[in-house]
Design a binder for this molecule. Structure first.
Ligand code: ARG
Ligand code: ZN
Length: 457
């Protein structure tokens, strides 16, 4: 072969570097590297808004959706991922032009016709249809889109949202949401935010909800079914939407909702969202409640402590949200301590009483004290009782250490300074040290990170 021909052939086989990366466009990462859920979320962009238009037929468990996602590139993107489980895609547009895509597990890999420059806003529109998934977690609990007798229980902590829409499923990428969900007339759709409208025609009802404040994807819901919905206004003017499955018994506990929110507002600072409420379904087989933003969802009629727990998450979990899942004690420890302080406020057992009772447990009860709440270690142990209880005890021990005025200032500063934001444990420790004027490194090391029953803090 003449030498010139050989060179031409080699050039054709090995494209020069610039043609693989014209204009500095590179693929967005398939995950954000969470220690427990490394593929959750995606690199290279931030979502600003999701507009979800859904049509659901409970009789066949068939979901038809259009997701319109407004995002901004944080790097020059040759392609990017979204998270989505299952479904057939019938249309995928980036900035109005058809884009190619491939699927691999929960990664939906989108290649737009042209690279997206860093800093540029772009829009993705995806039409999809199919049977939404029930996701089984490493701890054997279920989440995602869970069919019920009369609708669906829709929850996403920590990885259920891709079961019903394409999403950048990472708690650090908060966005606003619009929901437009059509179901058979007679069913109620309860999504996050304020109710914009519900209109029936041809035997189908379309429910429109708007969630203006930033929301982590795992807190989104469109739980639907037969519900009695009552809409009231709280003292500060916030609309409250309480939906109850009529199969359930006494709703008396729900009358406490305004008082609980008022109490937490008095100690943690203003309620962080434009809507409040609760979604009380009859789905006991799910086995847990979730602090879905603005309206927690319950799998049964909650007791007062559980109602208080989920409402307190609106401050700690929903408004102030972890960056990485191993810091879950910042949600569950705080919500557990919030149950105790609500009890104390009402003349029931004091938070110190709860602490003393739990602290009396033997150090040899490994599963009570471990894993240490600041480091659950594996996804199967993320929701361990120690994350909740030893996490709550950490706060009560801090209260003992710094005294009430400083302690309550720490909590309200934490809520105010990180409102609608994302946080990690070192940031909490730094804030506590600042407000207390003390070094608390040893204290938090013993309570959050050391194996076994805390001693000598
Ligand atoms: N965050 C919920 C609570 O308030 C618990 C969610 C549990 N989810 C799970 N997949 N295990 O306690
Ligand atoms: Zn909780």
């Amino acid at each position: 072969m003449p030498r010139l021909r050989l060179i031409v052939v080699l050039l054709a086989l090995v494209p020069p570097a610039w043609s693989q990366n014209p204009g500095g466009f590179t693929p967005g990462a398939a995950g954000l590297g969470d220690p427990l859920y490394p593929l959750a979320g995606n690199g290279g962009y931030d979502v600003e808004h999701y507009a979800l238009t859904l049509d659901y037929q409970p009789a066949t468990n068939h979901l038809v959706g259009t997701a319109e996602i407004r995002a901004r590139a944080t790097q020059g993107l040759s392609r990017f991922d979204l998270d989505l489980r299952g479904f057939a895609l019938t249309r995928l547009l980036v900035d109005g032009r058809a884009a190619s895509f491939t699927r691999s597990g929960q990664e939906l890999v989108v290649t737009p016709r042209k690279g997206i420059p860093a800093g540029k806003a772009f829009t993705v529109i995806i039409d999809y249809a199919g049977t939404p998934e029930v996701v089984t977690d490493p701890d054997a609990s279920i989440e995602g889109w869970i069919p019920t007798r009369d609708g669906a229980f829709v929850v996403g902590e920590p990885q259920g949202s891709p079961a019903w829409y394409p999403v950048n499923d990472n708690p650090r990428d908060k966005a606003s949401y619009d929901f437009r969900v059509t179901v058979p007339a007679g069913l109620t759709v309860m999504a996050n935010g304020v109710l914009v409208s519900s209109a029936t025609s041809g035997g189908r009802t379309t429910w429109v909800w708007h969630a203006a404040e930033p929301m982590a994807p795992y807190l989104s819901t469109v739980t639907l079914g037969v519900f009695d919905l009552s809409v009231t206004t709280l003292a500060g003017g916030t609309p409250s939407y309480v939906a109850v499955d009529p199969q359930l018994g006494s709703t008396a506990v729900l009358a406490k909702l305004p008082d609980i929110l008022a109490f937490y507002s008095s100690i943690y600072g203003p309620y962080p969202f434009a809507a409040a409420g609760a979604i009380v379904d009859d789905a006991r087989f799910v086995g847990y409640a979730l602090e879905t933003q603005t309206k927690p969802v319950f799998d049964r009629m909650p007791d007062e402590a559980t109602l208080a727990h989920e409402l307190s998450h609106q401050w700690f979990g929903d408004s102030v949200t972890l960056i990485q899942w191993p810091d879950l004690w910042l949600h569950e420890g705080f919500a557990t301590w919030s149950e105790w302080i609500w009890s104390e406020h009402n003349g029931g057992q004091s938070a110190q009483g709860f602490f003393d009772q739990l602290y009396s447990r033997s150090g040899s009860v490994d599963a009570f004290w471990n894993p240490p709440p600041g480091n659950p270690g594996s996804p199967a142990l993320l929701f361990s009782a120690s994350v909740y209880l030893r996490g709550g005890m950490t706060l009560q021990a801090l209260r003992q250490r710094v005294g009430d005025p400083t302690f309550f200032r720490i909590l309200s500063d934490w809520a105010a300074e990180n409102r609608h934001g994302n946080v990690d444990t070192p940031r909490f420790i730094a804030l506590a040290e600042r407000d207390a004027g003390l070094s608390l490194a040893h204290f938090f090391d013993v309570w959050l990170y050391q194996l076994g029953k805390p001693v000598g803090w």
